[in-house]
Design a protein around this ligand. Structure first.
Ligand SMILES: [Zn+2]
Length: 194
């Protein structure tokens, strides 16, 4: 169980990909970035793809496989929220967007309590430490919309912050007919304008 209190400023500037760099593997496990979510927006004709990638610690408060009943419950609650893109994004009604497809993935280590039966407590804890050393886990949600009046799609409001208050910033990268745009949103300013 790590606390992530030691986030250096330079690490905040790095992309989430840093977790996979070998040089980080054997150092302390506070090295990866939490509180930072990425949103990619791609519009092509009437199609709109929203892809949001978030640290599991932002979504769940932990990033190991759920061990306790409370953690199992946290995971299933989070999955229910992520399954409803309407609770994450608000699109202008006049753009007449309808959800075509939505897909959730996560990189939590697969692991069940059953695997620990017969293990003594020391082994159990050791295994968890081992996982934490290797594990920065993320959730990713891809949502595809078809918008009948795509020209009315002037903005996108993120409800993410009210569901997942551990998130400090959402880095947005957008590609649309209006060009490319990159910006940072937060709870005080959750609206992306194309
Ligand atoms: Zn992490």
């Amino acid at each position: 169980m790590h606390t992530h209190k030691l986030r250096a400023a330079s690490w905040l500037l790095a992309s989430t990909a840093v977790c996979s760099l070998p040089s980080w593997a054997n150092t302390q496990h506070d090295a990866h970035v939490h509180g930072q979510v990425e949103l990619n927006i791609a519009q092509d004709g009437n199609d709109l793809l929203l892809e949001i990638t978030a640290p599991a610690s932002d979504v769940l408060g932990f990033e190991h496989a759920p061990h306790t009943e409370a953690e199992q419950q946290a995971l299933s609650t989070a999955l229910q929220q992520l399954k409803q893109p309407a609770s994450l994004f608000v699109l202008p009604a006049e753009a007449r967007c309808s959800l075509q497809d939505s897909h959730i993935t996560h990189t939590l280590p697969s692991h069940s309590d059953d695997e620990h039966e017969g293990h003594d407590e020391h082994e159990h804890e050791h295994e968890h430490e081992h996982e934490d050393h290797h594990g920065h886990a993320e959730f990713s949600v891809q949502s595809v919309y078809r918008c009948e009046q795509i020209q009315e799609l002037g903005q996108l409001t993120l409800n993410w912050f009210s569901h997942f208050p551990a998130t400090e910033n959402i880095q947005v990268q957008a590609i649309s007919d209006k060009g490319q745009k990159a910006t940072t949103l937060n709870a005080a300013q959750p609206v992306f304008r194309f």
